[in-house]
Write a protein that binds this ligand. Sequence first.
Ligand code: PMP
Length: 369
Amino acid sequence: MSSFGIDDLPVRDELRGKSPYGAPQLDVPVRLNTNENPYALPEPLVERIVERVREAARNLNRYPDRDAVELRTELAKYLTDTGKYAVGLENVWAANGSNEVIQQLLQTFGGPGRTAIGFEPSYSMHGLIARGTGTGWISGPRNEDFTIDLAAAEESIAENRPDVVFITTPNNPTGNAVPPETVIALYEAAQAAKPSMVVVDEAYIEFSHGDSLLPLLEGRPHLVVSRTMSKAFGAAGLRLGYLAAHPAVVDAVQLVRLPYHLSAVTQATALAALEHTETLLKYVEQLKAERDRLVGELRAIGYEVTESDANFVQFGRFADAHEVWQKILDRGVLVRDNGVPGWLRVSAGTPEENDAFLDAVRELKKEQN
Ligand code: PMP
């Protein structure tokens, strides 16, 4: 066997010695570690997907609609119906998961010689995609309670003059939402410093107690709201993310998107899912109730819990979070150790899965006492 490995390849300097993103995909009875929706798609929707995909399959000898016009029109309708702000086809762009949306944004507005800032702990892929696109990464501050330290954030933006500012709301992995006033203040700081692009990552917004920040797009052409069908639509396997912004932003990302990046099968499947929005949003309501139950029960057991507007809950505090993660896993429940010292994250599952998780952590608490 050759001992030739990754280090023997001429990999870019900034990638040397780094690890790829990846939550463990372990085969355990209860998996609450990747913020997926625990509910399988309802059977009538599965049937509709099959119908739509069958139709698409008949034309697979042709490239798909490069501009995904029908899909973007339907996504715009969904945003307009739920977001308290009217957007049209020209405001919406879609890609293979919001990760690809973020990558396209960084390819367009970041890149070598440019920087992006995020307020950490937050979604680690923002920094990883920055690295992958040659964009410098700046880790901005948060308060002890995981809210954004506004004064420090404004100072950091003024000092570093980043080209892209990421704001994740509700934030992952902490769960808390960012108030609109904070987003407005950060947008203004970013405009005064550069002006730079401000990307609001709303992957979990459907689970929030509050509203989407879509109305902030009015009069703010440097603002981008990014969304996904991976969470609320229960379609993580589909890989469909999208953004809403000024039409100029949609024009700009065309400069980097690969031709025909969204397959005809993806477009057909996403369109079928959008036809079933109403049913899928009912699952969201159930998950919100389960999320609130998790927060309440965890506090009753004696854990500290960060306020959550997402489909997951951050709980602690632990002297050694990884050891607790392992003990929960030993009881058949997989949660997430995001590397936030003292804290773990659990995704809201079905009531039965959440019960299994709560039983496990109740037992652990008893052991500790
Ligand atoms: N943004 C945030 C904040 C996330 O947590 C995730 C998924 N974990 C994503 C974006 C990416 O989602 P997807 O690529 O599946 O749309």
